[in-house]
Design a protein around this ligand. Structure first.
Ligand SMILES: [Zn+2]
Length: 118
């Protein structure tokens, strides 16, 4: 068995996620000419207004997506569901969480989802 998350590991994950979140938020803020909001909720609308910002925007979209995933992960930590696969309800191996702290799916569910195509 690949061990359940213990509190110490969970705290460490939380620290890593929070640092990564801070980094991403700062990085998004760098191209702040686009918008005064650090994380606009409606990118579609923003892109229709500023089509010339496509490149920056797609970069930010990736960052914004990661921010959302990290926030979700932190939320799951609060709820106590962190480390549990959202697909099958089994525990996600600690090794996988170490590699991708924002994982919400175990490897097999992720593969299934990827095969279906996002
Ligand atoms: Zn699963």
């Amino acid at each position: 068995m690949g061990g359940r998350l213990d509190r110490k590991t969970l705290e460490e994950m939380k620290g890593r996620l929070e640092r990564r979140l801070a980094e991403l938020t700062k990085s998004l803020g760098k191209h702040d000419k686009l918008t005064s909001e650090p994380l606009p909720s409606d990118w579609e609308e923003a892109s229709s207004i500023k089509p010339e910002m496509d490149v920056v925007e797609s970069l930010e979209r990736g960052e914004a997506k990661e921010i959302r995933m990290i926030r979700d992960a932190l939320e799951r930590m609060k709820e106590g569901t962190y480390g549990i696969c959202a697909g099958c309800g089994n525990g996600i191996p600690v090794e996988r969480l170490m590699a991708r702290p924002d994982s919400e799916l175990c490897v097999s569910c992720k593969e299934i989802r990827e095969r279906k195509g996002r």
